[in-house]
Design a protein around this ligand. Structure first.
Ligand code: MRU
Length: 376
């Protein structure tokens, strides 16, 4: 069984032979491991929008490589500067909630040398995207180091019995580049020999928990159980959850957390049952220019058919089946906002802090609220 430390897979990489951007098509998992080649901005926008790639840090890295692809395809354009601006805007707008996307596209755009040397600009874009990927991997490793202490402390109280950790959606290496955010402390604890068991929320409608987190944990040999999205409250009432760790798509400077729909209900249940509720994130997921998460964070609404249908493997391969009456309308809110007051703390690459403006500032003093990371 491969351990997560020597995981040989990455969800995205630049193919040195072709110059294409290769990605794991996460829509096929856990049944099919398919690699897709992104060659254009249109491919990249499609991959982000259709969730070939997903998870805030990975969406950012994909957008970063999208800027490189924009330059690669801009050869014939009469006004390359204007084309680049249009392409960057298309990339930034591919999905609305994860702040990492605009942050990464803007960072690569800002790293381009001035002038018309297309080869030099392409090279700079690819290098900057690669740097972002490497930094995110290191940030996630550090989140694991800092989060491990929390699990260790709980483990001491469990007297050899596994620490039960509940997570929602997929905030694993598939959603980042390596280690994951919410999973990084779990993998670190597992590597240290601390017994852990993970309750994996299935995460309807697209089942990122049942399909992706369970696949990752199984691959890494981490004990886990898939549960329905509504089971968490019951388990907490019966002392079966020691800790909740989730990821986030955008966290305000005041500590409000946007994450996969259903996260807020887990936070409410955790508060009612005295279960610590942590959010793990790299600094690229803070929106330093936002304060009021409920009012300001854009919440993506997706195709209602993702709710009406479920996908799974049948006797004849992967199929999609209609669950609701054909005539019933459905609504598909992809994220919700958990107010900071329900969050015990943040696990970041710089350490663990309380979920408040002061707590965040104590780790990131150089970030003065008011300067947005997501603006142009
Ligand atoms: O719609 P998705 O699958 O992109 O949503 C992903 C999540 O909600 C994750 O929890 C979040 O992006 C953090 S990933 C480290």
């Amino acid at each position: 069984m491969p351990s997560p430390a020597d995981n040989d897979l990455r969800p995205i990489w630049l193919d040195p032979a072709t110059g294409d951007v290769n990605v794991i098509d996460q829509r096929g998992l856990p049944h099919d491991l398919v690699i897709l080649q992104l060659q254009t901005v249109a491919d990249t926008v499609y991959a982000i929008r259709e969730m070939v790639v997903r998870g805030a840090p990975l969406i950012g890295i994909t957008g970063a490589y999208g800027v490189y692809l924009a330059l690669r395809n801009a050869a014939a354009a009469s006004d390359p500067a204007a084309v680049l601006e249009t392409e960057c805007r298309r990339l930034r707008e591919a999905r609305p909630t994860a702040v990492n996307l605009a942050w990464a596209v803007n960072r690569v755009r800002g790293a381009l040398p001035p002038g018309g040397d297309r080869a030099a600009r392409m090279r700079a874009a690819a290098e900057e995207a690669g740097r972002i990927a490497a930094e995110e991997a290191e940030n996630c490793r550090l989140i694991g180091v800092h989060g491990l202490a929390l699990i260790e402390a709980l483990g001491r109280r469990r007297d050899g019995r596994p620490v039960n950790i509940l997570t929602h959606c997929n905030a694993g290496w598939l959603a980042t580049i390596a280690h994951g955010t919410a999973t990084a402390p779990i993998y670190a604890a597992h590597r240290q020999g601390i017994p852990v068991h993970v309750w994996v929320d299935e995460t309807r409608p697209l089942n990122q928990g049942a399909r992706l987190t369970a696949w990752e944990l199984a691959r890494g040999g981490v004990p886990h159980t898939v549960i329905t999205d509504n089971a968490g409250g019951h388990l907490m009432q019966h002392g079966q959850v020691d800790l909740v760790i989730v990821g986030t798509d955008r966290t305000t400077a005041s500590g409000d957390v946007a994450n996969k729909i259903g996260t807020y209900l887990k936070a409410l249940a955790a508060r009612d049952n005295g279960v610590p509720f942590y959010v793990a994130l790299p600094s690229s997921t803070f929106d330093w220019g936002m304060d009021d998460g409920l009012q300001e964070i854009p919440i993506e609404e997706r195709d209602p058919d993702e709710v009406r249908f479920v996908q799974g493997r049948g006797a004849e391969g992967v199929v999609s089946v209609l669950v609701a009456p054909a005539s019933s309308p459905a609504a598909n809110f992809a994220f919700d906002v958990t107010p900071s007051r329900l969050v015990t703390g943040f696990i970041t690459e710089r350490g663990v802090c309380p979920a408040s403006a002061e707590g965040i500032r104590s780790l990131f003093p150089e970030r003065i609220p008011g300067g947005s990371t997501s603006g142009d």
